[in-house]
Design a protein around this ligand. Structure first.
Ligand code: NAP
Length: 295
Protein backbone atom coordinates (compact mmCIF):
# COMPACT_ATOMS: atom_id res chain seq x y z
CA UNK A 1 0.00 0.00 0.00
CA UNK A 2 1.26 3.47 -0.80
CA UNK A 3 0.97 6.70 1.14
CA UNK A 4 -0.96 8.40 -1.67
CA UNK A 5 -4.58 9.41 -1.98
CA UNK A 6 -6.12 11.11 -4.99
CA UNK A 7 -8.54 13.88 -4.06
CA UNK A 8 -11.76 14.54 -5.99
CA UNK A 9 -10.08 17.27 -8.05
CA UNK A 10 -7.28 14.94 -9.15
CA UNK A 11 -4.50 16.16 -6.90
CA UNK A 12 -2.43 13.72 -4.87
CA UNK A 13 -2.26 13.97 -1.08
CA UNK A 14 -0.04 11.89 1.20
CA UNK A 15 -2.52 9.91 3.32
CA UNK A 16 -0.46 10.05 6.51
CA UNK A 17 0.46 13.47 7.85
CA UNK A 18 1.75 15.04 11.05
CA UNK A 19 -0.76 16.91 13.21
CA UNK A 20 0.38 19.85 15.35
CA UNK A 21 -2.62 20.71 17.56
CA UNK A 22 -1.24 21.55 21.04
CA UNK A 23 2.34 21.40 19.75
CA UNK A 24 3.91 24.38 21.47
CA UNK A 25 5.42 26.82 18.95
CA UNK A 26 8.89 26.24 20.41
CA UNK A 27 8.53 22.47 19.80
CA UNK A 28 6.79 22.61 16.46
CA UNK A 29 9.76 23.40 14.20
CA UNK A 30 11.70 20.40 15.53
CA UNK A 31 8.63 18.13 15.31
CA UNK A 32 8.05 19.09 11.66
CA UNK A 33 11.73 18.57 10.84
CA UNK A 34 11.72 15.17 12.58
CA UNK A 35 8.59 14.16 10.66
CA UNK A 36 10.00 15.17 7.29
CA UNK A 37 13.24 13.32 8.09
CA UNK A 38 11.17 10.22 8.95
CA UNK A 39 9.40 10.32 5.59
CA UNK A 40 6.23 12.34 6.23
CA UNK A 41 5.31 14.71 3.39
CA UNK A 42 2.11 16.19 4.82
CA UNK A 43 1.62 18.57 7.76
CA UNK A 44 -1.77 19.53 9.18
CA UNK A 45 -1.87 22.83 11.07
CA UNK A 46 -4.48 25.56 11.65
CA UNK A 47 -4.63 29.29 12.23
CA UNK A 48 -6.12 28.48 15.64
CA UNK A 49 -3.08 26.39 16.69
CA UNK A 50 -0.81 29.43 16.72
CA UNK A 51 2.10 27.55 15.14
CA UNK A 52 1.85 28.08 11.37
CA UNK A 53 5.04 30.15 11.43
CA UNK A 54 6.97 27.33 13.11
CA UNK A 55 5.52 24.78 10.67
CA UNK A 56 6.93 26.89 7.84
CA UNK A 57 10.30 27.08 9.60
CA UNK A 58 10.40 23.31 10.03
CA UNK A 59 9.67 22.75 6.36
CA UNK A 60 12.40 25.16 5.28
CA UNK A 61 14.87 23.64 7.75
CA UNK A 62 14.25 20.19 6.23
CA UNK A 63 15.80 21.28 2.94
CA UNK A 64 12.87 19.82 1.01
CA UNK A 65 11.41 21.86 -1.80
CA UNK A 66 8.01 23.51 -1.36
CA UNK A 67 6.35 21.14 -3.83
CA UNK A 68 7.56 18.11 -1.91
CA UNK A 69 5.52 18.89 1.20
CA UNK A 70 1.72 18.95 1.33
CA UNK A 71 0.63 21.82 3.60
CA UNK A 72 -2.86 21.77 5.07
CA UNK A 73 -4.20 24.56 7.26
CA UNK A 74 -7.57 25.78 8.52
CA UNK A 75 -9.51 29.01 8.67
CA UNK A 76 -10.73 29.89 12.17
CA UNK A 77 -14.39 30.91 12.72
CA UNK A 78 -13.58 34.55 13.59
CA UNK A 79 -12.30 34.84 10.00
CA UNK A 80 -15.50 33.49 8.39
CA UNK A 81 -17.18 35.67 5.77
CA UNK A 82 -16.08 36.19 2.16
CA UNK A 83 -13.53 38.99 2.51
CA UNK A 84 -12.43 37.83 5.94
CA UNK A 85 -11.58 34.37 4.62
CA UNK A 86 -9.73 35.77 1.60
CA UNK A 87 -7.68 37.68 4.15
CA UNK A 88 -7.26 34.55 6.29
CA UNK A 89 -5.34 33.11 3.31
CA UNK A 90 -2.99 36.15 3.41
CA UNK A 91 -2.38 35.53 7.10
CA UNK A 92 -1.75 31.80 6.64
CA UNK A 93 0.66 32.07 3.70
CA UNK A 94 2.37 35.02 5.40
CA UNK A 95 3.07 33.00 8.55
CA UNK A 96 4.00 29.82 6.70
CA UNK A 97 6.03 31.96 4.29
CA UNK A 98 4.81 30.08 1.22
CA UNK A 99 3.21 31.15 -2.06
CA UNK A 100 0.29 28.72 -1.99
CA UNK A 101 -1.45 26.19 0.25
CA UNK A 102 -2.11 22.59 -0.73
CA UNK A 103 -5.32 22.22 1.26
CA UNK A 104 -7.26 25.00 2.96
CA UNK A 105 -10.26 23.97 5.04
CA UNK A 106 -12.92 25.53 7.26
CA UNK A 107 -12.08 24.47 10.82
CA UNK A 108 -15.69 23.77 11.70
CA UNK A 109 -19.24 24.77 10.86
CA UNK A 110 -20.35 27.81 12.87
CA UNK A 111 -23.94 26.98 13.80
CA UNK A 112 -24.64 30.52 15.03
CA UNK A 113 -23.56 32.04 11.68
CA UNK A 114 -23.93 29.37 9.06
CA UNK A 115 -24.42 31.96 6.30
CA UNK A 116 -20.92 33.25 7.11
CA UNK A 117 -19.64 29.69 6.98
CA UNK A 118 -21.03 29.48 3.44
CA UNK A 119 -19.47 32.83 2.48
CA UNK A 120 -16.16 31.61 3.87
CA UNK A 121 -16.41 28.51 1.69
CA UNK A 122 -17.17 30.69 -1.35
CA UNK A 123 -13.92 32.51 -0.64
CA UNK A 124 -12.13 29.13 -0.61
CA UNK A 125 -13.67 28.44 -4.05
CA UNK A 126 -12.26 31.70 -5.33
CA UNK A 127 -8.81 30.90 -3.90
CA UNK A 128 -9.00 27.56 -5.68
CA UNK A 129 -9.97 29.17 -9.01
CA UNK A 130 -7.09 31.59 -8.65
CA UNK A 131 -4.59 28.79 -7.97
CA UNK A 132 -3.73 30.10 -4.51
CA UNK A 133 -4.78 26.75 -2.98
CA UNK A 134 -4.66 23.33 -4.64
CA UNK A 135 -7.69 21.89 -2.86
CA UNK A 136 -10.36 23.05 -0.43
CA UNK A 137 -12.38 21.33 2.23
CA UNK A 138 -14.11 21.37 5.59
CA UNK A 139 -13.75 19.95 9.07
CA UNK A 140 -16.29 18.70 11.59
CA UNK A 141 -19.10 18.92 9.04
CA UNK A 142 -21.99 16.58 9.79
CA UNK A 143 -24.15 15.25 6.92
CA UNK A 144 -26.70 18.04 7.31
CA UNK A 145 -23.96 20.69 7.16
CA UNK A 146 -22.61 19.07 3.99
CA UNK A 147 -26.08 19.04 2.49
CA UNK A 148 -26.60 22.74 3.14
CA UNK A 149 -23.11 23.57 1.88
CA UNK A 150 -23.50 21.56 -1.32
CA UNK A 151 -26.88 23.20 -2.01
CA UNK A 152 -25.38 26.69 -2.04
CA UNK A 153 -21.84 26.30 -3.41
CA UNK A 154 -20.17 24.99 -6.58
CA UNK A 155 -17.18 22.88 -5.55
CA UNK A 156 -17.58 19.68 -3.57
CA UNK A 157 -15.09 19.74 -0.66
CA UNK A 158 -12.08 17.50 -1.26
CA UNK A 159 -11.76 16.58 2.41
CA UNK A 160 -13.84 16.47 5.59
CA UNK A 161 -11.61 16.23 8.66
CA UNK A 162 -13.53 14.72 11.59
CA UNK A 163 -12.97 13.14 15.02
CA UNK A 164 -12.31 9.50 14.16
CA UNK A 165 -10.61 6.80 16.25
CA UNK A 166 -11.73 3.31 17.28
CA UNK A 167 -14.07 4.61 20.01
CA UNK A 168 -15.82 7.13 17.71
CA UNK A 169 -15.97 6.27 14.03
CA UNK A 170 -18.94 8.38 12.85
CA UNK A 171 -20.09 5.84 10.21
CA UNK A 172 -22.92 8.10 9.05
CA UNK A 173 -20.50 10.96 8.38
CA UNK A 174 -18.09 8.65 6.58
CA UNK A 175 -20.99 7.38 4.45
CA UNK A 176 -22.10 10.93 3.58
CA UNK A 177 -18.52 11.85 2.65
CA UNK A 178 -18.21 8.80 0.42
CA UNK A 179 -21.56 9.48 -1.22
CA UNK A 180 -20.36 12.93 -2.27
CA UNK A 181 -16.80 11.95 -3.20
CA UNK A 182 -15.29 13.67 -0.15
CA UNK A 183 -12.25 12.09 1.47
CA UNK A 184 -12.59 11.46 5.20
CA UNK A 185 -9.57 12.55 7.21
CA UNK A 186 -9.29 11.39 10.82
CA UNK A 187 -8.40 13.81 13.58
CA UNK A 188 -7.32 12.27 16.89
CA UNK A 189 -6.60 9.21 14.72
CA UNK A 190 -4.87 7.43 17.61
CA UNK A 191 -7.45 8.70 20.06
CA UNK A 192 -5.55 11.65 21.52
CA UNK A 193 -8.79 13.26 22.60
CA UNK A 194 -9.54 10.17 24.72
CA UNK A 195 -6.42 10.73 26.82
CA UNK A 196 -5.19 14.36 26.60
CA UNK A 197 -4.21 15.25 30.16
CA UNK A 198 -6.75 17.45 31.87
CA UNK A 199 -9.63 16.78 29.47
CA UNK A 200 -11.62 14.71 31.96
CA UNK A 201 -10.66 11.59 33.85
CA UNK A 202 -13.80 9.65 32.91
CA UNK A 203 -12.64 9.28 29.30
CA UNK A 204 -11.82 5.75 28.17
CA UNK A 205 -8.30 5.78 26.73
CA UNK A 206 -8.34 4.02 23.38
CA UNK A 207 -4.55 3.66 23.52
CA UNK A 208 -5.14 1.14 26.35
CA UNK A 209 -7.87 -0.82 24.60
CA UNK A 210 -7.33 -4.60 24.98
CA UNK A 211 -8.56 -5.46 21.46
CA UNK A 212 -6.16 -2.97 19.87
CA UNK A 213 -3.38 -4.19 22.21
CA UNK A 214 -3.93 -7.83 21.21
CA UNK A 215 -3.79 -6.99 17.49
CA UNK A 216 -0.66 -4.93 18.10
CA UNK A 217 1.03 -7.86 19.88
CA UNK A 218 0.08 -10.19 17.03
CA UNK A 219 1.90 -7.96 14.53
CA UNK A 220 4.77 -6.85 16.75
CA UNK A 221 3.52 -3.28 16.41
CA UNK A 222 2.29 -0.59 18.83
CA UNK A 223 -1.39 0.27 19.39
CA UNK A 224 -0.75 3.62 17.65
CA UNK A 225 0.67 1.88 14.57
CA UNK A 226 -2.31 -0.49 14.46
CA UNK A 227 -4.79 2.39 14.63
CA UNK A 228 -2.95 4.31 11.91
CA UNK A 229 -2.85 1.23 9.69
CA UNK A 230 -6.60 0.69 10.31
CA UNK A 231 -7.28 4.19 8.91
CA UNK A 232 -5.03 3.77 5.90
CA UNK A 233 -6.40 0.36 4.94
CA UNK A 234 -9.91 1.80 5.04
CA UNK A 235 -8.93 4.60 2.66
CA UNK A 236 -8.79 7.46 5.13
CA UNK A 237 -6.17 10.11 5.70
CA UNK A 238 -4.77 10.25 9.26
CA UNK A 239 -2.75 13.01 10.91
CA UNK A 240 -1.38 11.74 14.24
CA UNK A 241 0.25 14.38 16.42
CA UNK A 242 3.46 13.97 18.34
CA UNK A 243 6.34 16.19 19.34
CA UNK A 244 8.44 13.19 20.41
CA UNK A 245 10.91 12.19 17.66
CA UNK A 246 10.68 8.47 18.47
CA UNK A 247 6.89 8.47 18.38
CA UNK A 248 6.86 10.66 15.24
CA UNK A 249 9.03 8.08 13.44
CA UNK A 250 7.12 5.13 14.90
CA UNK A 251 3.78 6.54 13.75
CA UNK A 252 5.11 6.58 10.18
CA UNK A 253 6.46 3.02 10.34
CA UNK A 254 3.19 1.45 9.22
CA UNK A 255 3.89 0.36 5.66
CA UNK A 256 5.39 -3.05 6.44
CA UNK A 257 2.39 -4.94 7.80
CA UNK A 258 -1.20 -5.65 6.91
CA UNK A 259 -4.30 -5.98 9.09
CA UNK A 260 -6.65 -8.82 8.18
CA UNK A 261 -10.30 -8.09 7.38
CA UNK A 262 -11.31 -9.63 10.72
CA UNK A 263 -8.92 -7.33 12.57
CA UNK A 264 -10.28 -4.24 10.79
CA UNK A 265 -13.80 -5.38 11.73
CA UNK A 266 -12.79 -6.00 15.35
CA UNK A 267 -11.50 -2.43 15.60
CA UNK A 268 -14.62 -1.06 13.86
CA UNK A 269 -16.71 -2.88 16.50
CA UNK A 270 -15.11 -0.81 19.29
CA UNK A 271 -17.13 2.26 18.27
CA UNK A 272 -19.01 3.60 21.28
CA UNK A 273 -20.86 6.28 19.37
CA UNK A 274 -19.85 8.93 21.89
CA UNK A 275 -18.14 12.10 20.77
CA UNK A 276 -15.18 13.36 22.82
CA UNK A 277 -14.60 16.64 21.01
CA UNK A 278 -16.92 19.64 20.75
CA UNK A 279 -20.36 19.11 19.22
CA UNK A 280 -20.29 20.76 15.76
CA UNK A 281 -23.93 21.83 16.25
CA UNK A 282 -23.20 23.86 19.38
CA UNK A 283 -21.83 27.40 19.08
CA UNK A 284 -18.90 28.29 21.33
CA UNK A 285 -19.02 32.10 21.26
CA UNK A 286 -15.91 32.68 23.37
CA UNK A 287 -13.80 30.19 21.47
CA UNK A 288 -15.16 31.34 18.11
CA UNK A 289 -14.21 34.94 18.95
CA UNK A 290 -10.50 34.14 19.27
CA UNK A 291 -8.69 36.62 17.03
CA UNK A 292 -6.15 35.25 14.57
CA UNK A 293 -3.16 37.63 14.48
CA UNK A 294 -1.88 39.14 11.25
CA UNK A 295 1.16 37.50 9.68
P1 NAP B 1 -3.79 12.13 18.22
O1 NAP B 1 -2.89 12.42 17.10
O2 NAP B 1 -4.76 11.01 18.09
O3 NAP B 1 -2.97 11.88 19.56
C1 NAP B 1 -1.98 12.79 19.98
C2 NAP B 1 -1.55 12.39 21.39
O4 NAP B 1 -0.98 11.10 21.37
C3 NAP B 1 -0.51 13.30 21.96
O5 NAP B 1 -0.77 13.42 23.36
C4 NAP B 1 0.80 12.55 21.72
O6 NAP B 1 1.75 12.91 22.68
C5 NAP B 1 0.36 11.12 21.85
N1 NAP B 1 1.07 10.17 21.00
C6 NAP B 1 1.51 10.36 19.73
N2 NAP B 1 2.05 9.23 19.24
C7 NAP B 1 1.95 8.31 20.21
C8 NAP B 1 2.34 6.96 20.29
N3 NAP B 1 2.93 6.36 19.27
N4 NAP B 1 2.10 6.29 21.45
C9 NAP B 1 1.51 6.92 22.50
N5 NAP B 1 1.11 8.21 22.49
C10 NAP B 1 1.33 8.90 21.34
O7 NAP B 1 -4.65 13.40 18.64
P2 NAP B 1 -4.84 14.89 18.12
O8 NAP B 1 -3.64 15.68 18.29
O9 NAP B 1 -6.09 15.36 18.75
O10 NAP B 1 -5.17 14.72 16.57
C11 NAP B 1 -4.19 14.75 15.56
C12 NAP B 1 -4.27 16.01 14.75
O11 NAP B 1 -5.58 16.20 14.22
C13 NAP B 1 -4.03 17.28 15.55
O12 NAP B 1 -2.69 17.47 15.90
C14 NAP B 1 -4.57 18.30 14.58
O13 NAP B 1 -3.66 18.51 13.53
C15 NAP B 1 -5.83 17.60 14.10
N6 NAP B 1 -7.04 17.95 14.90
C16 NAP B 1 -8.04 18.61 14.26
C17 NAP B 1 -9.19 18.95 14.94
C18 NAP B 1 -10.29 19.66 14.22
O14 NAP B 1 -11.22 20.14 14.85
N7 NAP B 1 -10.23 19.74 12.91
C19 NAP B 1 -9.32 18.65 16.30
C20 NAP B 1 -8.28 17.98 16.94
C21 NAP B 1 -7.16 17.61 16.22
P3 NAP B 1 3.29 13.28 22.31
O15 NAP B 1 3.26 14.54 21.47
O16 NAP B 1 3.92 13.47 23.63
O17 NAP B 1 3.83 12.10 21.54
Amino acid sequence: MTNELILNNGITMPALGLGVFQSAPEETTAAVEAALAAGYRHIDTAAAYGNEREVGEGIRASGLGRAEVFIETKVWVSDYGYNETLHAWDKAVGKLDVEYLDLFILHQPAPDRFEKTISAYKALERLLFEGRVRAIGVSNFMPHHLKELLASTEIVPAVNQIELHPYFTQPEVQAADTEHGILTQAWSPIGGITFYPGWGEERRNVMEDPVVAAIAREHGKTPAQVMIRWHLQQGRSAIPKSTNPGRIAGNFDVFDFQLAAGELAAIDALDRGVRNGPDPDVARPERFAMVIPEA
